[in-house]
Design a protein around this ligand. Structure first.
Ligand code: ADP
Ligand code: GN1
Ligand code: MG
Length: 361
């Protein structure tokens, strides 16, 4: 079915004027739908059903979580159409449209906002941190048992390690000879990789409802106020650890360059931005965070960055079947930026620990 015919089945106000590809996500296909006789625009997305096999469970998670968030925003006298995602049903009243192997959904487009691929000021990152901290605090009372595990073992770094080793063994793409030193980089860090998984299993840190994909282009920044107003990309909301949510924003936001920068001399870890995010995140989450979690925040950042680099490397070895790529070595380039950040964070570890401790209010 053509995108226009798909869009026509959703309960949009007005007549469709234009549909264009939108955004820089690595997973779904996103379109902006503008209308002829309405100032409301919409985001239309074709979910990647190869990755999100349980798309019905995923959409059910999103429906429940957006409803909960909306109620909270309304109670706090906020604007629910700007401060959380609003799903648009199909004309037959369904929350999504299934067409063959495709699943489509639509949201209200939150106007007059920007997303950043690189953070350009500590103030921006501080309030991004506050928004993500608040997001976790708002979902603190939400019963995790109501949510399905959209992608099992998504941030199970022990399992991610095993998957990388399987990809190395299978060498589906025949590229193994290119990446001996990258594999070695991961093997040397095998022990550290399991620390969050172990802390969760031991009960040293709590299992919570978390976002699991908190990179900086998954939050909308109000152009007028510069505030982070709406957390998007809720596909991976499920039970998890706050450390990964904290860490993934740090991975993406403290990078002085893009995730796929080829010139590694431009890739560095900005410790001032780390400080700003810690301050905002701890303010946003308030009393909901535990002491053990605060003590492990730096590990969240290091481990998720290593995990992300490993995932790019795994996909490179598998022949680029998971992440969208624009050229043959794209996943390897991404892997290199992540590993450089891991090295920099390892060097800055003591400072990172101190900053988190001193950010407690
Ligand atoms: P992916 O899972 O592929 O990353 P996202 O849900 O993050 O897809 O959407 C991709 C991009 O589309 C976002 O980075 C953002 O720029 C834009 N976007 C998504 N939803 C909205 C929305 N409701 N309002 C405004 N922009 C949006
Ligand atoms: C993907 O969907 P997007 O582009 O926000 C991926 C994340 C990775 C990220 C790396 C469902 O995020 O886990 O950290 O790319 N999402 C999924 O840029 O795998
Ligand atoms: Mg996204």
């Amino acid at each position: 079915m053509k995108t226009f015919d798909v869009a026509s089945q959703f309960d949009f106000v007005g007549a469709i004027q234009n549909i264009v590809p939108y955004g820089e996500g690595h997973i779904n296909d996103t379109f902006l739908v503008t209308m002829k006789d309405s100032s409301t625009s919409y985001i239309l997305q074709r979910l990647n059903t190869g990755i999100f096999k349980n798309y019905r469970g995923l959409m059910d998670n999103i429906r429940k979580v957006t409803q909960t968030l909306k109620n909270i925003v309304v109670n706090e006298n906020g604007d629910p159409l700007r401060e959380c995602l609003t799903l648009i049903n199909t004309k037959t009243g369904e929350p999504y449209l299934v067409e063959g192997t495709n699943c489509w959904r639509a949201y209200v487009f939150v106007k007059d906002t920007s997303v950043y691929q690189i953070i350009d000021s500590p103030a921006l990152f501080e309030n991004t941190g506050e928004a993500f901290g608040k997001f976790i605090a708002r979902l603190d009372g939400f019963d995790a048992a109501q949510l399905c595990e959209v992608i099992p073992n998504f941030h199970n770094t022990v399992d991610r390690y095993d998957k990388l080793m399987t990809a190395v063994e299978e060498n589906k793409s025949g590229r193994k000879h290119n990446v001996e030193k990258e594999i070695d980089f991961v093997v040397k860090r095998k022990d550290m990789l399991s620390s969050i998984v172990t802390a969760l299993a031991d009960g040293a840190i709590p299992l919570r409802v978390t976002h699991n994909d908190t990179k900086i282009n998954n939050v909308l920044i109000d152009k007028a106020t510069g505030k982070a107003i709406c957390i998007i990309d809720l596909d991976t909301i499920m039970p998890g650890s706050l450390l990964y949510d904290f860490g993934d924003s740090i991975r993406s936001g403290c990078n002085t360059a893009l995730e796929d920068e080829k010139d590694l001399s431009k890739v560095d870890f900005d410790i001032n931005l780390y400080k700003a995010y810690c301050k905002g995140f701890l303010r946003g989450i308030g009393s909901k965070i535990t002491r053990s979690e605060i003590e492990m925040l730096h590990l969240g950042a290091i481990i998720i960055t290593l995990e992300c680099g490993m995932r790019f490397l795994t996909d490179y070895l598998d022949g680029d079947t998971y992440f969208k790529t624009d050229y043959p070595d794209h996943n390897l380039v991404r892997c290199h930026t992540q590993f450089k950040l891991v090295e920099r964070m390892e060097e800055l570890k003591d400072e990172m620990i101190e900053i988190a401790k001193n950010s407690i209010i």
